[in-house]
Structures are given as C-alpha cells and as structure tokens.
Ligand binder design. Structure first.
Ligand code: NAD
Ligand code: LMR
Length: 325
C-alpha cells in the first residue's frame, strides 16, 4: 500500500451500529475502494473487551485495505491524528421516548470528545455525529473545538433522506435511482421536514405526482417517525440502516455529490439562524458541503422548516441551560 492510511475513529465501536459499520469501513466503502484505512475504536472501559472481540473479527476478514486497529477508552488517543471521526457512542432511545429526551443522558459525552478532537485530530478532520440527539450533540462537540473549522462538524440526516427516497419510490413504483433532489430539512427528530416540492421523479416535481393527503398525512409522518416504528418492531433502534447512512454521508462528503441531505452548520440560508446544525439540501464539492441555494419555499414548507428549526433552537437553549455549551 503506497498511500498513507486514513485514520477513522469510531466511538461506541462495540455497540450495534458499530458492529454494522466497522466491516464496511474496513472493506473500503466509507472512503473508496483504493483508500487504505486505519481504525481507531473508542469505547467506555466496560465495553473495551467487546470492542476487542469485534477487532478480532475484523482481523479475521483479512481486509486488504485495513492497515491497523487501535482500541482505547482514552479519547485523546482515539482521536490522535484522526482524519474522520464517527461519533456513534451514545445511548439509544427506548420506545415512547423522543430523541430529544436523550439530551441530558448523552449531551455530556460530546463536549469532552469535541475537545479531544480539537487537541489531537489531523488538520483535515471531518466529524459526523450519529449519536442522538445528533444535531445538538454535533453542536456541543463543535463548541468545544474552537481550532477546528466549524463546518467540519456535521450530523446525520442521511438515514431520513434514504427513508424518504425509499417511501416515495415505493409509492410511485419506480426504482429509488429515479428519485432526484430529495431534501430533509431541520432536525433529526419527529419535526424533520422531508420535502417533495423540490424532489423530482422522471424530471417532474414529486409533490405533483402524489396526492396532497398522502404527502401530508402519510409520507411526512412515516419518514419522520420511522425510527420509532423500527424500535417498536425490532425492539432496538435502527443499526444497519444507520451504519449505511453514515457510510453514504462520509463517502459523498469526501468524494462529492450534486444533491443530498446533511445537517451542517447554518450560514443563515433559508432563514435558519446561523450556527444551528440543521439539515439542508447540500452538494459536496472539493471535499466541502455547500448548501444548495435559490430554492423557492412555499408556505407549506416554510411552516414545517420553521417548526423543526424552532426545536433546534430549543435544544440549543436546553444545552446552554445544562452548561454543556
Ligand atoms: P448501542 O447502545 O448499541 O451502542 C452504543 C455504544 O456506545 C455502546 O457500546 C456504549 O458502550 C458506547 N458508549 C457510550 N458512551 C460512550 C462514550 N462516552 N464514548 C465511547 N463510547 C460510548 O447503541 P446504537 O444502537 O449503536 O446507537 C448509538 C447511537 O446512535 C444512539 O444514540 C442512537 O439513538 C443513535 N442513532 C442515530 C441515528 C441517526 O440517524 N442519526 C440512527 C440510529 C441510531
Ligand atoms: C433512527 O432514526 O432510527 C435513530 O435516530 C434511532 C431513533 O431513536 O429513532
């Protein structure tokens, strides 16, 4: 392997998403089929042994691109020289909870990890927060990393995006590849707004190809509450689909895309207050997310985007109150 391996740090490596994610990273799906990777697994002390077991299995795959695995419960070591950080380690919600209910339990994880990233990561570090409530946890981490460019902290709404693609494709009986320009706006929560007014199928606006009642009363709540439906059905929160979305997010961030959804720090576009980590329609060019500009937002969409953004503001106020930022 001539190329220097890319160091990918995964927190919560012994958890269920970790188990679905690590093998795909090691096989080259996160960064590209010709990019060697070095894995760094961060866990809490009582889960280090389980992470070691996963590492044994990774060894047993003899992945050609995997150049090494480190396992630690020390965040400074885990993020030392990291190029990509996947912040997965956090408690999942149980049936009947909203993701925001996890703020108190999980928020405290992300300040110290943000600081460890600030102090130890490589200059090109890119961070994806998966642990819930993902947008606000990303904000907490970012606020503890003043030396890292703010836009390197992102949160995952790609799972919501993929869910929206799949629901719409099934409704219109087309392959998912026919659906273009899908957007998730706002928070990774039940207030998120999956937007069919800019999505296209067969070159035509998706909202015009479905009836309004389905869009409002079936599509939006199905996508927005899919996480809860999975918890109810599986008895555990989504894992393989979450890992898949994390792979998609980072792959597109590094390799480029013309349109997807990601929660990134707002620059004030579309009336979203600057600094909130909110989901937008984004392109990735030259390794950087850019908010797709110039979309017309009608009253129906405006109301829903505003509601989700209000929730993000409330979460930010709550973590300020808790002293987490
Ligand atoms: P899990 O309970 O199976 O695993 C979590 C792991 O994190 C555990 O192994 C735990 O030991 C570890 N952990 C806890 N605190 C840690 C810390 N400070 N440092 C390092 N590791 C730590 O949970 P899971 O199913 O893998 O889910 C992880 C998180 O991802 C949850 O918060 C869940 O809600 C969230 N999630 C987000 C999305 C999304 O779309 N954004 C999708 C699915 C799940
Ligand atoms: C999901 O969307 O599946 C995850 O955020 C897990 C959850 O709590 O819904």
């Amino acid at each position: 392997m001539a190329q220097t391996p890319v160091k990918v740090t995964v927190t919560g490596a012994a958890g269920q998403i970790g188990y679905a994610l690590l093998f795909r990273i090691a096989s080259g799906q996160l960064l590209g089929a010709d990019v060697p990777v070095k894995l760094s697994l961060l866990e809490i002390p009582q889960a280090v042994k389980a992470a070691e077991g996963t590492a044994m299995e990774l060894d047993d795959c003899a992945f050609p691109l995997l150049s090494g695995i480190e396992i630690t419960d020390d965040a400074d070591k885990a993020f030392d020289g990291a190029n990509v950080a996947l912040l997965v380690g956090a408690m999942p919600r149980k049936a009947g909870m909203e993701r925001g209910d996890l703020l108190q339990a999980n928020g405290g994880i992300f300040g110290p990890q943000g600081k460890a990233i600030n102090d130890n990561a490589a200059g090109d570090i890119r961070v994806l927060v998966v642990g819930n409530p993902a947008n606000t946890n990303a904000l907490i981490a970012q606020q503890h990393a003043p030396d890292v460019p703010a836009e390197r902290f992102t949160a995952m709404t790609r799972l919501d995006h993929n869910r929206a693609l799949s629901q719409l494709a099934a409704k219109l009986q087309v392959p998912v590849t026919e659906v273009k320009k899908m957007t998730i706006w706002g928070n990774h929560s039940a207030t998120q707004y999956p937007d069919l007014f800019h999505a296209e199928v067969g070159g035509k606006v998706a909202a015009e190809q479905v009836d309004e009642t389905w869009l409002r009363d079936t599509f939006i709540p199905t996508v927005a509450k899919r996480g809860a439906a999975i918890i109810e059905a599986r008895g555990a929160s989504s894992a393989a689909s979450a890992a898949n979305a994390a792979i998609d997010h980072v792959f597109d961030w590094v390799n480029g895309t013309e349109w997807t959804s990601a929660a990134i720090p707002s620059d004030g576009s579309y009336g979203v207050p600057e600094g909130l980590i909110s989901s937008f329609p984004v392109a990735s060019r030259n390794g950087k997310w850019e908010i797709i500009q110039g979309l017309e937002i009608d009253a129906f969409s405006r109301e829903r985007i505003d509601a989700s953004v209000r929730e993000l503001e409330e979460e930010r106020a709550a973590v300020r109150e808790l002293g987490l930022i």
